[in-house]
Design a protein around this ligand. Structure first.
Ligand SMILES: Nc1nc2c(c(=O)[nH]1)N[C@H]1C(S)=C(S)[C@@H](COP(=O)(O)OP(=O)(O)OC[C@H]3O[C@@H](n4cnc5c(=O)[nH]c(N)nc54)[C@H](O)[C@@H]3O)O[C@H]1N2
Ligand SMILES: Nc1nc2c(c(=O)[nH]1)N[C@H]1C(S)=C(S)[C@@H](COP(=O)(O)OP(=O)(O)OC[C@H]3O[C@@H](n4cnc5c(=O)[nH]c(N)nc54)[C@H](O)[C@@H]3O)O[C@H]1N2
Ligand code: SF4
Ligand SMILES: [Mo]
Length: 737
């Protein structure tokens, strides 16, 4: 794979000598043709950015200072994101597998081949034997289109998306507790909070721009509590750090609530008037004394008391969490027990007080709203509810019985392929070979497919197993909307057109639908027409966009849903006045006893294994591993290990270690750091092949959300070689832990 820093031989061979590089390796672009106000293609913060375009190529950026969320600021990925465009690895034509490997082909040929294969698989094995996997890096328009395509054109029940690996535990918990799935507060409330809990989020590396909000709160006197097995960069500046043992959060939250109840720091009036089921929780947490909770969680009893002392009586407060508490077989339970801490204080639905799940992917929020989930129809409707099915069937103009039922979730689809039940797959914007646990099983499943088509702008590791690769579009090559982690729907502009023979994603989907005989349902002239349709499909649903237009979104720097009518300004803060979205307007407490992870440590595998991210790489790395400046910051996965554990195992910094779980092994350099629990090791997951962290992880699923347990399994670590004379990896100074 080429990484782009300065013209190398391959670049010159492909594109000829270019005047665009300065001798120092920077871009010399002269005046751009235009500046396009749009958003970063990476995380759910969706920072505003102006892309510099010259000769139909993105060649740089300028800050977009008026966009209120980031006010021109960008993190390292945002600064470098422009380098993915015009990359030598970019697919510029569809590819077809032949006996001699991939060959480029014309669209007519690949489309014909794909449609025939879909029809053959479905004729032989039934409609549901062909599955669809979507993604949440794509726009709302594409999320909506994917759901409609699977249900009407493929007529399969088996559609799901990569958010199944990301935010579904939080989504399920939010719906169970509040009746709706969205952060309760706009981020502008964060600096107004007096106490902030950050549970299971490496905020500074994963949502760097939100760090600024936390620091503004701190400057105004807020106390920050960080709950993580690692002292993450934000943890180092926290007022209180709780070093939780992986997989123990439900016990920890129960323990904090125990102290709050004992000290009388619950808002009984709010609980009585606006919630249900607190009595069960009160009863359950009686046994979670600080000492009992310490035994389970490894967090000292006095720190548990200190957390309750800060959180309980606070004047205002916000609790934020991300995947650290959600990537578990009890992810939904973890989130619900933390929500109990918020509801018990009544500090929600107020300026400077509330709660939020921090969404991960660029469209982590919108990607889960418009019907590309296995159990969901547009507007956040439930595919199992007769009145919801009736509404959408009528809206789409099909008989209700033709609308498929609930299908399998993402990991279950891969399992069904492995079992030979699903025979064909179309996947767009998803790289499961790198991102799903137990990679070896994923690889075997992909090899079993009778037919596999991928739509991606790059030849991802998964796409290498495809029969056809349809050269789709990068974010800057299409237009539409995405919904940020605070529920704000913002506008993406197309800056350039896809290069060569590549195509805009939604046009590929629509043409496939047409060739499958369903063209009349997919007759759109532009993305705007898809948006208008999706807003109307959402009308009256839990997630209502019906009052939005592109123009309104642009004029207001985004609109927060629900926005149920053209004159409605949108809803930045939910639950004001204690009004929740369940039918009776009340929120619901949930009493959950702690239960251990699917795989806990034992004599053979005595250490916790946990995985996650580093600031300079993004997800499966398909995009960021191609950007030289980002690769330089963190070139390969390192195994974080505490000095005490390292000494016990005879490991020194940068020694090469083998980490083994029941599913596989990985050999990487050690990074000896004081910022991790001595019973835990951490490896970031952005790399494929033999360096894939997911060779080791456990594909056990949360029974409610069906998220896999990325954040905890057991492993052992041994040294295999001394550190090479020259360090193999030289992390960026900020990343030295
Ligand atoms: N740089 C960068 N930024 C990103 C992404 C990226 O790939 N790279 N991806 C985006 C996406 S899609 C997502 S989902 C988000 C993820 O954002 P985060 O969830 O913040 O990031 P992670 O690194 O997955 O995990 C967060 C933390 O969970 C901790 N943790 C592990 N086990 C436990 C546990 O049992 N309990 C608790 N309390 N904590 C635990 C880890 O030590 C880690 O610090 O980031 C988004 N932003
Ligand atoms: N061990 C471990 N594994 C994890 C996690 C973890 O913490 N630990 N985190 C999980 C989480 S939270 C997530 S979100 C998943 C993410 O996992 P994936 O979704 O598999 O990761 P991506 O890298 O986003 O892969 C998406 C593909 O989409 C392509 N793409 C990007 N934009 C577009 C577009 O606009 N159109 C098209 N057609 N393609 C596009 C990219 O080129 C890439 O090939 O990984 C999960 N896996
Ligand atoms: S914080 Fe997220 S959206 Fe903002 S520049 Fe960084 S990756 Fe992009
Ligand atoms: Mo994610």
């Amino acid at each position: 794979m080429a990484t782009l820093t300065q013209p190398d031989e391959k670049y010159i061979e492909l594109y000829g000598p270019t005047p665009n590089f300065t001798p120092a390796g920077g871009w010399k672009i002269g005046d751009p043709d235009k500046l396009v106000k749009t958003h970063c293609c990476f995380c759910g913060v969706q920072c505003g950015i102006q892309l510099k375009v010259k000769d139909n190529k993105v060649v740089g950026f300028e800050p977009w200072e008026e966009f209120p969320v980031n006010q021109g600021k960008l993190c390292p990925k945002g600064v470098m994101r422009y380098m993915q465009n015009d990359h030598p690895d970019r697919l510029i034509a569809p590819l077809v597998r032949t006996k001699d490997g991939f060959q480029t082909a014309g669209w007519h040929e690949v489309m014909r081949k794909t449609v025939k294969a879909i029809q053959d698989v479905q004729k032989k094995h039934g409609k549901d034997a062909f599955a669809f996997l979507g993604g949440a890096s794509m726009t709302n328009e594409k999320a909506y289109l994917n759901g409609k395509f699977a249900r009407i054109a493929l007529q399969t029940a088996n559609i799901d998306y990569n958010g199944r690996l990301c935010m579904v535990s939080a989504g399920a918990a939010n719906r169970m507790a509040f009746g709706v799935d969205r952060a309760a507060n706009p981020w502008s409330d964060i600096p107004l909070a007096k106490v902030i809990i950050l549970a299971g989020t490496n905020l500074a590396e994963c949502f760097p721009i939100l760090t600024d909000y936390i620091w503004r709160a701190r400057d105004a006197g807020a106390k920050i509590i960080v709950i993580d097995p690692r002292i993450t960069p934000i943890g180092r500046t926290a007022d209180l750090y709780l070093p939780v043992r992986p997989g123990r959060d439900s016990a920890l939250a129960n323990g904090i609530l125990h102290v709050m109840i004992e000290r009388g720091w619950t808002d009984e009036k709010f609980i009585a008037e606006h919630t249900h089921d607190f009595d069960q929780v009160r009863e359950l947490v009686k046994k979670y004394t600080p000492e009992y909770t310490e035994k389970i969680t490894g967090v000292p009893a006095k720190s548990i008391v200190a957390a309750a002392e800060l959180w309980g009586p606070a004047e205002s407060s916000i609790l934020l969490h991300a995947r650290g508490i959600e990537h578990h077989t009890k992810g939904t339970e973890n989130v619900l027990t933390y929500i109990n801490l918020v509801l018990a204080t009544g500090r929600i639905g107020k300026v400077g007080s509330g709660y939020g799940t921090i969404t991960g992917q660029g469209n982590g929020q919108g990607g889960r709203e418009h019907g590309q989930r296995n159990n969901q129809l547009p507007g956040g409707r439930d595919i199992n509810k007769p009145e919801h099915r009736e509404f959408i069937a009528k809206f789409w103009g099909i008989p209700e019985p033709e609308l498929p039922k609930q299908g399998l979730t993402a990991c279950e689809i891969i399992d069904a392929i492995e079992r030979g039940e699903i025979k064909g797959l179309l996947s767009i914007s998803f790289n499961p070979l790198v991102s799903i646990p137990d990679s070896e099983r994923t690889r075997k499943a992909l090899e079993k497919l009778e037919f596999f088509a991928c739509i991606d702008p790059f030849l991802s590791e998964t796409a290498r197993y495809a029969d056809v690769v349809l050269a789709g579009s990068l974010q800057e090559e299409d237009e539409g909307t995405v919904t940020t982690g605070e529920g704000r729907c913002v506008r993406l502009r197309n800056s350039v057109t896809p290069p060569g023979n590549a195509r805009v994603d939604w046009k590929i989907i629509c043409e496939l639908a047409d060739r499958l005989g369903k063209g009349k349902f997919f007759n759109y002239k532009n993305a705007g027409e898809i948006f208008t349709e999706l807003t109307q499909a959402s009308k009256g649903g839990a997630i209502d966009y019906s009052g939005m237009t592109y123009e309104k979104i642009e004029n207001n720097m985004g609109v927060f849903w629900p926005c149920p009518s053209p004159d409605h300004p949108g809803t930045p803060r939910l639950f004001e006045g204690g009004k929740f979205h369940h039918a009776d307007g009340r929120a619901k407490f949930h009493a959950y006893e702690y239960r251990p992870p699917a795989e806990d440590v034992d004599a053979d595998y005595p250490l916790f294994y946990t995985t996650g991210r580093v600031v300079s790489q993004y997800l499966s790395g398909t995009q960021t591993r191609r950007i030289g400046a980002l690769v330089k910051q963190y070139p390969e996965p390192l195994c974080e290990i505490h000095p005490l554990l390292a000494a016990k195992l005879g490991i020194k910094d940068r020694d090469i270690v083998k980490v083994t779980s029941r599913r596989g092994e990985i050999i990487v350099p050690a990074q000896v750091v004081k910022t991790i629990r001595p019973d835990t090791v951490f490896i970031p997951y952005h790399w494929p092949g033999k360096k894939a962290a997911n060779l080791l992880t456990n594909r056990a699923l949360d029974p409610i959300s069906k998220i896999p347990e990325f954040k905890v399994c057991s492993c052992r670590v041994e040294k295999v070689a001394d550190a090479p004379a020259k360090p193999t990896a030289q992390p960026f100074p900020q990343q030295i832990r």
